[in-house]
Each structure stands twice: as structure tokens, then as C-alpha cells.
Design a protein around this ligand. Structure first.
Ligand code: 5GP
Length: 344
């Protein structure tokens, strides 16, 4: 047994230190980024925020809205050829969607079918809860061999060594985060995890050293956390809970004590397993929660609120663009992130 004594940090453990700035207004802040990916050589421009491939979030309705802002949606694994065919606007949003798969044989077959017909889709997201297995790297290699021109996202991992391993196995973009998610119970069920801000800082460094990119996936509770992800060096920030509860996610609205709610659940929750896989296998335990999120109407307001927050973070630290945010970032460690008098 070994203990690492280095302090590892979450988003809530830090704040941006404000810096003198020449920016006159947050309107001047440019949030667009352009990336060229290591293996696919594809170029992408947009605002590098992603919707997670979770039910109620990684949906085509969300993708349609997010794409207007140049943001990416990772569609849930349930988006098979039938579901995609029903959506007529795919051609207008394809640069901003990713097809998700796990590492099962059926996943590969499903992907094949979709790409035969919709070969213009550029992003693939190979997503497992634990990206540390040899089987995962081997599967990633086989997808890379088969689809040399697709931009492959792979995860999840939280350490530099495995970020490098996934990149060397063919990932253009590594997805980082184990346990920080709003409906994740991995840390409770298994005791496994890594504080998200430190994971982002360390994996960004590893990915950039190899000319690849990374996503800070999970753990954002407010626009400030999204900005902290970028400040820590993330190329993309992926959101689940912050994008849940909206009309576009098509969740069922339930009324309770005069308020409206939408059910939201983790991809490895009992709810998800019952819905998609006919229940949880007996040797597994659920690692996700099912919650009710306050109904929040149209997603536009939420998006504008997030973007407004990030623009403001940039002005506070003197970054004229999102690209410069990380360079302009000095985090101060805090023991109290904000005043909770009227919150709890
Ligand atoms: P959030 O933005 O809600 O904090 O985090 C979203 C991320 O949580 C997802 O992109 C995914 O990586 C992770 N996640 C989603 N469902 C589950 C689950 O059931 N269990 C665990 N461990 N993580 C989940």
C-alpha cells in the first residue's frame, strides 16, 4: 500500500485570482476555438462545450440547439440507425455531433451501420466508466484502424499515464473524469476517483504534450466551474447535470407540490440499466443515481447563462479570448468558495 501525499483539488477548492485587464467589456471576449485533431486531421471550430451522452442530455433536440452555438453533443448510445433516420436535420448539425459507443460487439456493428449511411459524421465517442483496461485500449486501436479519418474521443481516465496510453492507442481526444458527476455514485460504491480539477490539469498537460486534446467531463455545478475547467487547461468541458431538465431533452415532466420536475439519471443507474439493458447484471452494482431536476424550460437561457459566466471569468483575469484563459489563470486555494446564507 502507498499513499500519495500531494494535495489534489476539486473545482470548489479554488477561485480565479482577478488580474488587471485592458478589456472594456465582456462582449469583447471571444469564446470560439479552432482545433485540429492529432489523427483524424479534421479541423473543428466552435465553442468547446459538450453535452454528455446521457439520457435527457445527449439527445438530438439538445444537439439542434447546441449546434446553433457551435457546441457539440455526444449522442447517447441508443442513437442507432433507426433513431437517426427519424431526425431530418442531421445534415445541418453533423459537425457538432458525436456518435457514442461502448466496447461491445453490437456497439461496433451499430456504429458501422450508422456510418455507412451517415459517413459525414466526424466524431466518435468510445465511452466506458473505467478506461483503464487493456481491453479498452485494444478496442480503441481497432476503431482507429477501421476509421482513420474520424475524430475519436475515448475515456474515461483521470491520470497522465493513461491519457498518454489512450492517445498512443489512437484517441484524438481523451475524456477525463472518474467519479465527479452529478448523478455518479462511483466514489461511494467503489472508493475510486480523483479530484476533478487536478485530473484536468494533469491530463491536459499529458494530452497537449502529445499534440492531442482532452475533455473535462463531469463535476461542473455552475458556470464558474466550467470556466475553471478551461482555466485548468481543458480543451472541452462536458456537461450532464447542467444541461438536464430542459424541454429539448424530451424527458417526462412530472408535477409535485406545485412545481415541475424532470427525471434525470446516471448512465449506470438502475433506471438506465432497466430501460436499456433489461436490468442490472447480478455481478454488478449500480453506480448512478436517479434524481428529479427542476424543470428549466428552454435550454437557450441556460446556455446564455453559462456563456455569460465564462465571458465574465475571462474579463476578470484579463483574457481576451477563451484560448488565453488558461494562460491568464492563477488559481488561489480557498476553504470557502462562496457565501451560502441564502442557498441551503
Ligand atoms: P455532470 O456534468 O452531471 O456532473 O457529469 C456528467 C458525467 O457524469 C458524464 O459525462 C459521465 O462521464 C458521468 N456519468 C454519467 N452517468 C454516470 C453514472 O451512472 N455513473 C458514473 N460513475 N458516472 C456517470
Amino acid at each position: 500500500m502507498r499513499i500519495e501525499e500531494d494535495l489534489k483539488l476539486d473545482y470548489s477548492d479554488v477561485l480565479f485570482r482577478p488580474k488587471r485587464s485592458t478589456l472594456a467589456s465582456r462582449k469583447e471576449v471571444n469564446l470560439m476555438r479552432t482545433y485540429k485533431f492529432k489523427y483524424s486531421n479534421n479541423e473543428w471550430s466552435g465553442i468547446p462545450i459538450m453535452a454528455a451522452n446521457m439520457d435527457g442530455v445527449g439527445e438530438l433536440g439538445i444537439a439542434e440547439k447546441l449546434s446553433n452555438y457551435g457546441m457539440i453533443t455526444c449522442l447517447t448510445k441508443q442513437h442507432d440507425i433507426k433513431k437517426i433516420k427519424q431526425f431530418k436535420k442531421i445534415k445541418s448539425i453533423y459537425p457538432n455531433i458525436a456518435l457514442s459507443i461502448g466496447i461491445k460487439k453490437e456497439d461496433f456493428e451499430n456504429l458501422d451501420k450508422v456510418l455507412k449511411e451517415y459517413n459525414f459524421i466526424k466524431f466518435l465517442c468510445i465511452d466506458v466508466a473505467n478506461g483503464y483496461s487493456e481491453r479498452f485500449s485494444a478496442f480503441l486501436k481497432s476503431v482507429r484502424d477501421k476509421y482513420p479519418t474520424k475524430t475519436i474521443i475515448a475515456g474515461n481516465v483521470v491520470t497522465a499515464d493513461m491519457t498518454q496510453e489512450l492517445i498512443l492507442s489512437g484517441a484524438d481526444i481523451v475524456k477525463v473524469g472518474i467519479g465527479p458527476g452529478s448523478v455518479c455514485t462511483t466514489r461511494i460504491q467503489t472508493g475510486v476517483g480523483y479530484p476533478q480539477l487536478s485530473a484536468v490539469i494533469e491530463c491536459a498537460d499529458a494530452a497537449h504534450g502529445l499534440g492531442a486534446h482532452m475533455i473535462a467531463d463531469g463535476g461542473c455545478t455552475c458556470p464558474g466551474d466550467v470556466a475553471k475547467g478551461f482555466g485548468g487547461g481543458a480543451d472541452f468541458v462536458m456537461l450532464g447535470g447542467m444541461f438536464a431538465g430542459h424541454d429539448e431533452g424530451k424527458g417526462k415532466i412530472v408535477k409535485s407540490s406545485g412545481s415541475k420536475f424532470i427525471e434525470f439519471y446516471g448512465s449506470s443507474s438502475d433506471t438506465a440499466n432497466n430501460k436499456h439493458y433489461g436490468g442490472l447484471a447480478s455481478y454488478r452494482s449500480s453506480e448512478g443515481r436517479t434524481v428529479r431536476v427542476k424543470y428549466r424550460g428552454k435550454i437557450d437561457n441556460t446556455i446564455q447563462n453559462i456563456l455569460g459566466g465564462i465571458r465574465s471569468s475571462c474579463t476578470y483575469v484579463g483574457a481576451p479570448s477563451l484560448k488565453q484563459l488558461s494562460k491568464c489563470t492563477t488559481f488561489v486555494r480557498v476553504t470557502n468558495q462562496f457565501n451560502r446564507t441564502f442557498v441551503d
